[in-house]
Design a binder for this molecule. Structure first.
Ligand SMILES: Cc1cc2nc3c(=O)[nH]c(=O)nc-3n(C[C@H](O)[C@H](O)[C@H](O)COP(=O)(O)O)c2cc1C
Length: 187
């Protein structure tokens, strides 16, 4: 069983992580799975994803191509209808692939979580050409989460740049995602 069979490549693969809290609340948030000589994630400690992983030691990586889902899960909460449950763990209905990992906190650095693949499933093999608009939504969403954490205005400038790319290259879904991102920024 190899990571690349589940779409997770060398470098950083952006996925939506689904986790469950001790109380049974389902959560989804984008994270980057870092794959070099070891497979790991680096997590901000003040996130639901981090506290759920510490409580359950489990994470599901959902390979998702819908940019709107990245915006909604990064800046808000997904509704229960977006999930189904496999072995007591949440999986996204829109995932092309899911992969379940056992999580182990690094002994020296508690923000670094080692990932051990348990099992996964390829649901559909979607074929997509690279769309700069999709990539721009992902970049803008990363900056929006950093802006939310720091209130540093440089992120807003960068988001404007990616908005231009979405206007030129994005399809309807990318434009809807960017509109939603703008609404979150106004809140
Ligand atoms: C593409 C993308 C990748 C991200 N990667 C990470 C990551 O690797 N680690 C992290 O802590 N946050 C990452 N974030 C930010 C989290 O998704 C964000 O802080 C989110 O609000 C956390 O939600 P939660 O509290 O429900 O866990 C990423 C955001 C995006 C859009």
């Amino acid at each position: 069983m190899k990571l690349h069979n589940f779409g997770i490549q060398d470098g950083i693969s952006e996925v939506i992580a689904t986790t469950i809290s001790k109380e049974g609340e389902l959560n989804a948030a984008p994270i980057g799975i870092i794959s070099d000589d070891i497979t790991h994630v680096r997590l901000y400690p003040d996130t639901h994803t981090y506290s759920n992983i510490r409580a359950t030691k489990k994470l599901v990586a959902n390979v998702v191509s819908d940019p709107l889902l990245f915006v909604l899960s990064a800046l808000g909460d997904l509704g229960e209808r977006e999930f189904y449950v496999v072995d007591g763990l949440p999986v996204l209905r829109c995932a092309d692939v899911w992969a379940l990992f056992k999580c182990e906190e690094d002994r020296q650095d508690s923000s670094l979580i080692h990932l051990h693949l348990i099992r996964g499933k390829v649901i559909r093999k979607s074929v997509r050409a690279i769309n700069r608009g999709t990539n721009a939504v992902i970049e803008a969403t990363v900056h929006a989460t950093r802006y939310a954490a720091t209130k540093d205005g440089k992120y807003l400038k960068w988001i404007e740049h990616y908005e231009d790319v979405v206007r030129k290259c994005g399809g309807a879904r990318e434009k809807e995602a960017m509109k939603k991102l703008r609404e979150f920024l106004k809140e």
